[in-house]
Design a protein around this ligand. Structure first.
Ligand code: CTP
Length: 425
């Protein structure tokens, strides 16, 4: 019996895929189809498959062409599979010409001509054209526009105050304008992705979330870290009990860029430490320990009290069974690390933890330590855009940040502004 194996993503199965599978099958007696898992695709830079692994596998199954379907989950798996299944022929489309010659050592490699004129990317782009306008200027705007180019089916369009001609809006204005800008967009029937915090008062944030939900609009809290693979795996590992019970979450975010403490700088247009870094720093605290802390205390060092401009702020949270602390700064510098302390070990994420592709689980005995590496492209922004586009398309919530977390973040920032804080001299 001649065994043939082929691999692919097979998103939105099209006739190019089917023709390839037919020809691969005809090369032998038994066809194994490897379908790439979502995680593995991410590491290959394929970030916005429209269908899940299960859906893609079901579509291949329905063709009746595959005798066996497997998931491809890691680099180097092809060699393992070829050995494991006793494969005679590895077949793949000609877009991969030459790339798999190294497998000749294990079996015969055949490149089959690719069908002209059809691809999953093109179908995705046609199916979904989400036109996104941007409110706000500055660095975030440019980054967002750049990252949009990596997501099939989303397109940037300049828009004016009427927001005409766009389906959705990315809000990256000054945080004190977020509530008005988000509200205006929602009232105009636009889906919104907004830099955190969504508002500066919890009640207003609630109002925006409720309005969006009641009117079938997507409102996504844009904390890019939440969408990075390393960060989301870290949450799973921390919650799995690997490090025992979590007793402390400590996160630090600081950046001295922008010289906010320099004389003569117009701080009215700049973002203070708590609103620019607070949401990111609080994210792991609320996602790991929940939002029902018993007490919190805010200590801050203001650079300018007229604008409530904090150069450095430290917040301590006390929960029933754990504590947490965040330090955020734009006029002070510290190691930007995240440490999750557990009763059996700890998770360490080196600086800058908010855009990491790596973390470590550490124990008393270093021989038990484990390092985790993941792919991170575009600081997580492109994954955040993928989640947003998916949510708009399906009207399901693809956000990685719960409403409670968004609200808890806003509440802390509201308390900071209302003066519930100790001020250092
Ligand atoms: N394939 C093909 N002809 C096409 C498209 C794909 O023969 N028009 C083959 C590929 O060469 C590969 C398999 O089908 O062997 C799975 O390809 P995949 O990457 O999943 O599909 P694409 O349509 O190329 O996807 P994308 O546009 O996302 O790259």
């Amino acid at each position: 019996m001649i065994k043939v194996i082929t691999y692919g993503t097979y998103d939105l199965l099209h006739h190019g895929h089917i023709r390839l599978l037919e020809r691969a099958k005809a090369l032998g007696d038994y066809l194994i189809v490897g379908v790439t898992s979502d995680d593995y695709d991410k590491t290959r830079g394929k970030i916005n498959n429209q269908q899940s692994l299960m859906e893609r596998v079901a579509a291949i199954k329905a063709t009746g062409l595959a005798d066996e379907i497997i998931a491809e989950e890691y680099e180097g798996q092809k060699i393992d599979d070829i050995r494991r299944f006793g494969v005679d022929i590895f077949a793949i489309g000609s877009d991969w010409e030459g790339k798999f010659d190294y497998l000749n050592e294990f079996c015969k490699v055949i490149y089959l001509p690719r069908t002209e004129g059809v691809s999953s990317s093109e179908i995705r782009a046609k199916n979904r054209k989400l036109v996104i306008g941007i409110i706000g200027s500055g660095g975030l705007r440019n980054k967002f526009i750049r990252e949009m180019q990596y997501v099939n089916g989303v397109e940037h369009k300049e828009c004016d105050d009427t927001l005409d001609g766009v389906d959705a809006v990315y809000v990256a204005s000054h945080p004190r304008r977020h509530y008005d800008d988000v509200k205006r967009a929602l009232l105009a029937g636009k889906h919104v992705i907004c830099e955190s915090p969504l508002a500066l008062e919890a009640e207003k944030c609630r109002e925006l979330i409720d309005y969006a939900r009641e009117n079938g609009l997507v409102l996504e809290d844009a904390i890019k870290t939440a969408y990075s693979t390393a960060y989301s795996r870290l949450l799973v590992v921390a919650k799995s009990g690997r490090i025992g019970d979590i007793v402390s979450v400590d996160s630090v975010c600081s950046s001295l860029a922008g010289g906010v403490a320099e004389p003569g700088v117009d701080l009215s247009r700049r973002q203070n430490s708590i609103s620019s870094w607070g949401p990111t720093a609080m994210l792991p605290v609320f996602q790991l320990l929940g939002t029902n802390y018993k007490t919190k205390s805010i200590v801050t060092k203001l650079i300018n009290s007229d604008y409530n401009f904090d150069g450095f702020t430290k917040i301590d949270f006390v929960y029933d069974k754990a504590v947490a602390s965040i330090k955020v700064a734009k006029a002070a510098k510290a190691e930007g690390e995240l440490v999750i302390t557990g009763t059996k070990g700890y998770i360490y994420v080196p600086a800058p933890w908010w855009k990491t592709d790596y973390f470590e689980v550490r124990f008393e005995n270093p021989a038990n330590n484990k390092r985790y590496f993941y792919q991170l492209d575009g600081e997580g922004i492109r994954y955040e855009i993928v989640a947003f586009a998916k949510a708009v398309e399906s009207r399901r919530d693809y956000s990685y940040i719960s409403d409670q977390t968004s609200l808890a973040i806003v509440k802390v920032i509201e308390d900071f502004y209302s003066g519930d804080r100790i001020e250092l001299k």
